[in-house]
Design a protein around this ligand. Structure first.
Ligand code: MEV
Length: 424
């Protein structure tokens, strides 16, 4: 069992300063790191070094999801997200999952896929067999591209030729490189390796190489999370846990069969995952691309999760998806807030980070489909949304909660009513 508990009862009731103190103590943050969380995140001059044409920065709220227990260890999860109720919902779901022993997760080795496009190949069979015959030499060339990754045990794992006999521009050979990028997300490592490989591939195939780029369908780099929740934990006022478990299974079945529902179901999963990907300075577009493509890998877009009532009447849940996240390189080490977020998370490797992300996705999904299939999503969501509506209507910080409470009491959460209440 873990030494520190991620249970933070009453955390949401603390003041901002008290919350920062609690997390600082938990993660042993320095004074500087605390200041970064509160008001000193990314500075304009740092942004200027990160992108072209910089003007400044764009802020997002950063919050903490509590109650996570993954493979027996407690985690507090930093999440950067603008949507109300994501943090409250996921912390609630993680608490239910904790009651069933927490998350059980696993990840593959961090193997990225890179692609080299080969055109004008005169003899496809000969080209394929030349690639197969020279696999070892080709992998050795790829291995020269990143001595650091090699030193840490990464490097080329496979070379796979794939033939597309009929494309809009004629036959095409695509050569895949599988490359273990260890704790890096690995985009630069694999793209460099591909550029090194391409001239030799052109020679071996007598073809012309064009695109050399990673694939975001990182299906050699998968993370899985599973959980079992005792049915009684799922009870809500007026509904037994057994009934709620059955309804959650039905909600998941809807997403399995219907792409219209699967898009929203998976969006809810990504509400959680993206928020952690952003907080840790990783590339959320890569994760989004991978998740949705993986969800359609069998030819029809479907749910990324499985939820069903198990033989004991309890609720079993599982998710598997590509998870190309790193903890070295990119913004992870450059963005001050991402550095602090990584310290709070306390993961030791990219595969561990990937497993946390999968657990987050599973929990966020449970929160959404439990609410949807029992009390409805608006009940909890609108109360939190009311604060944003009050802000949008121009409420000052000491008026926001009062106006929000009034909007909820009136069941009329809209900006015009908030403006009326503000007398503006
Ligand atoms: C809203 O951001 C996410 C949900 O729509 C997800 C879902 O429907 O499962 C609530």
């Amino acid at each position: 069992m873990s030494e520190r508990s991620s249970r933070l009862p009453g955390f949401y009731k603390l003041s901002l300063a008290e919350r920062v103190e609690t997390i600082a103590e938990w993660a042993n943050l320095t004074g500087d790191e605390k200041a970064i969380l509160v008001d000193r995140g990314l500075k304009a001059d740092q942004a200027d070094m990160m992108i072209e044409n910089a003007l400044g920065t764009f802020e997002l709220p950063l919050g903490i999801a509590a109650n996570f227990q993954i493979n027996g260890r407690d985690y507090l999860i930093p999440m950067a997200v603008e949507e109300p109720s994501v943090l409250a919902a996921i912390s609630h779901a993680a608490k239910l999952i904790r009651a069933g022993g927490g998350f059980h997760t696993e990840a593959t080795e961090p193997v990225m896929i890179g692609q080299i496009q080969v055109l004008d190949v005169p003899d496809m069979d000969a080209a394929v067999s030349a690639i197969e015959t020279h696999k070892a030499d080709l992998m050795a060339i790829a291995d020269t591209s990143d001595p650091i990754i090699l030193k840490f045990g990464g490097g080329a794992r496979d070379i796979i030729p794939r033939v597309f006999p009929d494309t809009p521009v004629g036959p095409m050979l695509i050569v895949h490189l599988h490359f273990d990028t260890r704790d890096a997300m690995g985009a630069n490592a694999i793209n460099t390796a591909l550029e090194r490989l391409a001239p030799r591939i052109a020679e071996l195939t007598n073809g012309r190489t064009s695109l050399r780029i990673l694939s975001n369908l990182a299906d050699q780099r998968l993370a899985t999370a599973r959980c079992t929740i005792p049915a009684d934990q799922l009870a809500v006022p007026g509904m037994s846990g057994t009934e709620a478990a059955r309804r959650i299974e039905e909600a998941n079945a809807f997403a399995i069969v219907d792409p219209y529902r699967a898009a929203t179901h998976n969006k809810g999963i990504m509400n959680g995952i993206d928020a952690v990907v952003i907080a840790t300075g990783n590339d959320w577009r890569a994760i989004e691309a991978g998740a949705h493509t993986y969800a359609s890998r069998n030819g029809r877009y479907t749910s990324l999760t499985d939820w069903h009532v198990d033989e004991n009447g309890d609720l079993y849940g599982a998710i598997t998806l590509p998870m190309a996240v790193g903890m070295v390189g990119g913004a992870t080490k450059v963005h001050p807030t991402a550095r602090v977020a990584m310290k709070i998370l306390g993961v030791k490797s990219a595969p561990e980070l990937a497993q946390v992300m999968a657990a987050v996705g599973l929990a966020q999904n449970l929160a959404a489909i439990k609410a949807l299939s029992t009390v409805g999503i608006q009940k909890g969501h609108m109360a939190l949304h009311a604060r944003q509506v009050a802000m949008a209507a121009g409420a000052s910080s000491d008026q926001i909660q009062q106006i929000a409470d009034q909007l909820v009491a009136e069941k009329n959460i809209n900006v015009n009513r908030a403006k009326e209440l503000l007398g503006s």
